[in-house]
Design a protein around this ligand. Structure first.
Ligand SMILES: NC(=O)c1ccc[n+]([C@@H]2O[C@H](COP(=O)([O-])OP(=O)(O)OC[C@H]3O[C@@H](n4cnc5c(N)ncnc54)[C@H](OP(=O)(O)O)[C@@H]3O)[C@@H](O)[C@H]2O)c1
Ligand SMILES: *[C@@H]1O[C@H](CO)[C@@H](O)[C@H](O)[C@H]1NC(C)=O
Length: 385
């Protein structure tokens, strides 16, 4: 009986794997055919894998989150770490950031606001923007760490056009105070960039004072509130708003709006993926309401303290391997910096990864397919807008 059952399982697994490989191949050829000539087949293949993971509705969300992460790290190891013949390297990727930043030209003063710009990918985005000549205002939850970051940025870039303002995204009151502070510092219509970079992942479950699960409020609700408050301040001609999303959004096919008030035991990754999927869907809806360009992005799988609460990344030997495979924060800043600085970026309301626009899969909102308006209404009422 046991033998029969295990051979059946193996056969099923084999069948599903073959089926998925066929699907990934077909999809990546389609994506590649409809992309610009410079787009690499391997980038399309990664996008296709994510889309196929999204179709595995029978697998629990956290399993799909892990699979998406595993496939991406394999992709980085093969295609961005010099292991394959035409593979890029860390040095080449980081050079792309330098080239992008150095080729940026502007005749008028430019100002950017970035949340969580004092560590990880955010710090590298600040560095790129300062080198490109921007004034940068960092929203930080610790003024001490913010000031330390500002000092080190000035030392590294030679630009002192950086300052910080206190911001705690787990508190709507703090978001409102932050927006008011920015409006005092920057004249109306003269804010060119708002980068909603700050985020947390898989932290122990806690509800905020406003009554929401912390990842959801930090990664999704508060960034929407901040954006709604600052949109009237953004330059209507060249203004852009970015949201840090994540490829883990592909693990989600069901968005139940009550989820943001639910607690969890050990499985914080589902709430993380949920918050990142919500933000990616909100971007498309938000873009319809404004002339300012709105984008969501996935920076890549980047070695930062974001993973501090996810055990596998901290096992000593495994940790060393991830140091090599995962992208550096500077490599992770490439896609967001392209969205900030490239003149040829259009298509407001889209999601970007690996330097190109990518598909956001359909979702079911409260039982109704693609009812993004319901998500939008619910979000605005939660933020009390
Ligand atoms: N790393 C990746 O592989 C990856 C992949 C996909 C998406 N992302 C997204 O990219 C963004 C940046 O992540 P990272 O990897 O650079 O992580 P990180 O180094 O941990 O940076 C996150 C930043 O957000 C700030 N932050 C967290 N909670 C906050 C709050 N309540 N109020 C204000 N600021 C808060 C942190 O401040 P403290 O220093 O005070 O904690 C920190 O400055 C995140 O949104 C993340 O979800 C990252
Ligand atoms: C969202 O709110 C608007 C305005 O209040 C309303 O007209 C619309 O029917 C709502 N949509 C959904 C799906 O709840």
């Amino acid at each position: 009986m046991l033998l029969l059952l295990s051979s059946f399982s193996i056969a099923l697994l084999f069948y599903l794997s073959i089926q998925s490989i066929i699907q990934v191949n077909e999809l990546s050829s389609q994506l590649h055919a409809s992309s610009a000539p410079s787009v690499r087949k391997s980038d399309c293949r990664l996008e296709a894998i994510n889309i196929v993971c999204n179709r595995w509705t029978w697998a629990p969300v956290f399993i799909r989150v892990y699979l998406i992460g595993i496939f991406e790290t394999i992709y980085i190891a093969l295609c961005k770490r010099g292991l394959l013949k035409h593979s890029l390297s860390q040095q080449l990727n980081e050079q792309q950031v330098d080239t992008l930043v150095q080729s940026y030209e502007s005749t008028t003063p430019q100002t950017a606001v970035i949340t969580g710009g004092d560590s990880g990918i955010g710090l590298e985005i600040c560095k790129g923007l300062l080198e490109a000549g921007f004034h940068v205002i960092i929203g930080t939850r610790s003024m001490e760490s913010g000031q330390r970051a500002a000092d080190s940025l000035t030392k590294q870039t030679g630009s002192d056009k950086v300052s910080c303002v206190e911001l705690d995204l787990t508190l709507f009151k703090s978001v409102k105070k932050f927006a008011a502070e920015i409006k005092k510092k920057v004249p109306q219509n003269q804010l060119q960039l708002l980068i909603n970079n700050a985020g947390v992942m898989n932290i122990p479950c806690e509800l905020t004072k406003d009554g929401y699960e912390t990842q959801c409020q930090t990664n999704f609700l508060s960034p929407v509130l901040l954006t709604q408050l600052l949109l009237p301040w953004l330059d209507t001609k060249s203004g852009r708003v970015l949201f840090a999303s994540s490829s883990t959004l592909y693990a989600i096919h069901n968005l139940d709006t009550t989820f943001s008030t639910c607690s969890y035991g050990w499985d914080g990754l589902e709430h993380y993926a949920y918050s990142k999927a919500c933000i990616a869907h909100m971007v498309a809806r938000l873009a319809k309401s404004t002339r300012v360009k709105i984008y969501a992005y996935h920076p890549g799988t980047v070695r930062t303290k974001l993973f501090a609460h996810t055990t596998v990344f901290n096992i000593p030997f495994v940790s060393k391997m991830f140091d090599f495979i995962m992208l550096t924060p500077k490599e992770g800043s490439l896609t967001p910096l392209q969205l900030c600085l490239r003149k040829d970026v259009d298509d407001s309301g889209t999601y970007w990864a690996n330097g190109r626009m990518q598909t956001v899969p359909d979702v079911v909102v409260n039982g109704k397919k693609n009812d993004i308006d319901a998500l939008w209404n619910d979000t605005l009422s939660k933020c009390k807008i």
